[in-house]
Design a protein around this ligand. Structure first.
Ligand code: ATP
Ligand code: MG
Length: 415
């Protein structure tokens, strides 16, 4: 049996990194008063159609959608912002002033699996809901930057742009389409298909010829009004105050329709085309569009699998070895051992109980193999004499102590 294409098991060795990321995120985000939120993995298909946009890749070809037994169309979430906007409305979270939320969990997109691109992948993300202030944009970017730094991600670059408001983009789109139509024949196939449906996404094309054509195309920033320009200017100047380096990329647009004003990505310098680890931006109309009160918001998502590929090479996490291996033989010992286990638990000593019921010799061998420091040995003799045998596994010295002295001796098992 194999896992489904584009999915994978995360085995215990790798889980240490997941726990590390979770713990770091919890610490950093809690400090800024962000609270964790967990929303369902399945949602009504409509939620995503209404928020992500009918002409996007996600909606067009990447959704895991099916009809459930109650004849409802439901979808495995391809991203979490729409779900959080829905939760914000369902739970009337707008009664609080600002909501600072974060999440970590699996997302599903039917894509062609390759390095850094899976069908089930995980995102860690934050949403700052309820503020139009450019300080909110800077706060979320700062947090992405800080988290990646703490996780030892080096050589990453923040790219930022303002994609303005819907109206500003509308007038830009008209001029962009007019320009692109002159070069229609020279565009790559994907871009040709997008001329009318989603021309802004053409700016994102990796095709060199298309990029050349775009170099002389009208620039989106020329279409922004004073409010948008000022907002962007302030976000950038606060980033300067934080000493965060960034590159303004006028061609950066995001793959989801709900963004406006600030859009940003954090990329690594790897040659791999899956080098974007974080994507985000402002979405001031999404909540209203889904039936909630008009509420501006800004957030980002980091792809954990792409992040892991970078940090696994940089970061060596100490393996937590067991201190004590417990070897028993005979029913009397196996009845008594539970008292000892309770004491080890109480003293916070990591242990493993042998379950193989083999000879002591074999059990001790196993203890050494596992890298335990001590082996507690309890057999019929020990029970009769009311004592415990302890074997040090570094020099194989073995000694027996009275059971009543165990509590005094136990601290030695910690080292
Ligand atoms: P891409 O252009 O690489 O497809 P995207 O714009 O679709 O990315 P977003 O929707 O912005 O990605 O998601 C944010 C982050 O989630 C990405 O930067 C990436 O790190 C991660 N991500 C997105 N899709 C996948 C996937 N299929 N497998 C693994 N990680 C992914
Ligand atoms: Mg994508």
């Amino acid at each position: 049996m194999q896992p489904l294409r584009g999915t994978k098991d995360i085995l215990p060795d790798e889980i240490a990194y997941w726990q590390y990321i979770y713990t770091k995120a919890l610490a950093i985000l809690s400090l800024h008063n962000y609270s964790e939120i967990r929303t369902p993995i399945v949602e009504s298909t409509n939620l995503f159609k209404r928020s992500i946009g009918e002409t996007t890749d996600i909606i067009n070809k990447e959704m895991y959608t099916f009809i459930d037994q109650g004849n409802r169309s439901i979808t495995l979430r391809p991203e979490a912002t729409a779900s959080i906007a829905r939760a914000f409305i369902s739970n009337k979270l707008y009664q609080n002033n600002i909501q600072r939320l974060w999440y970590l969990g699996p997302m599903f997109r039917y894509e062609r699996p390759q390095s850094g691109r899976q069908r089930q992948f995980n995102q860690l993300g934050i949403e700052c809901i309820g503020s139009i202030n450019p300080m909110a944009d800077t706060e979320v970017i700062h947090l992405a930057n800080k988290l990646l730094k703490e996780l030892q991600v080096k050589n990453s670059i923040l790219e930022i742009n303002s994609i303005g408001t819907l109206e500003e983009r509308q007038s830009y789109k008209i001029d962009l389409i007019e320009y692109l139509l002159q070069y229609q024949e020279d565009l790559d196939q994907d871009s040709k298909n997008r001329i009318y449906s989603n021309p802004l996404r053409i700016l994102d094309s990796k095709n060199l010829k298309t990029q050349e054509i775009l170099d002389r195309a009208p620039k989106l920033n020329k279409y922004l009004n004073q409010r948008s320009t000022e907002h962007f200017y302030l976000v950038c100047s606060y980033l300067n105050n934080l000493n965060i380096t960034y590159k303004i990329n006028h061609k950066l647009v995001r793959g989801l329709d709900y963004y406006n004003q600030t859009a940003f990505e954090i990329k690594t310098n790897s040659q791999n085309s899956q080098n974007t680890i974080c994507g985000g931006g402002r979405y001031d109309t999404l909540i209203e569009q889904l039936g909630g009160p008009r509420t501006p918001a800004v957030g980002w998502a980091i792809g954990i699998e792409r992040l892991l590929k970078i940090i696994e090479d940089e970061l060596i996490l100490p393996k937590q070895k067991i201190n004590v291996y417990i070897a028993t033989q005979g029913l009397a010992a196996q009845k008594k051992i539970w008292e000892i286990i309770k004491i080890l638990e109480e003293k916070n000593i990591k242990f493993e109980l042998d379950l193989a019921n083999t000879s002591f010799q074999k059990q001790i061998k196993k203890a050494s193999k596992l890298g335990a420091k001590f082996c507690i040995i309890l057999g019929d003799q020990e029970v009769t004499d009311n004592c415990i045998t302890i074997k040090r596994l570094d020099d194989y010295i073995q000694y027996t102590i009275q059971y009543s002295n165990f509590l005094q001796e136990i601290h030695k098992l910690k080292h």
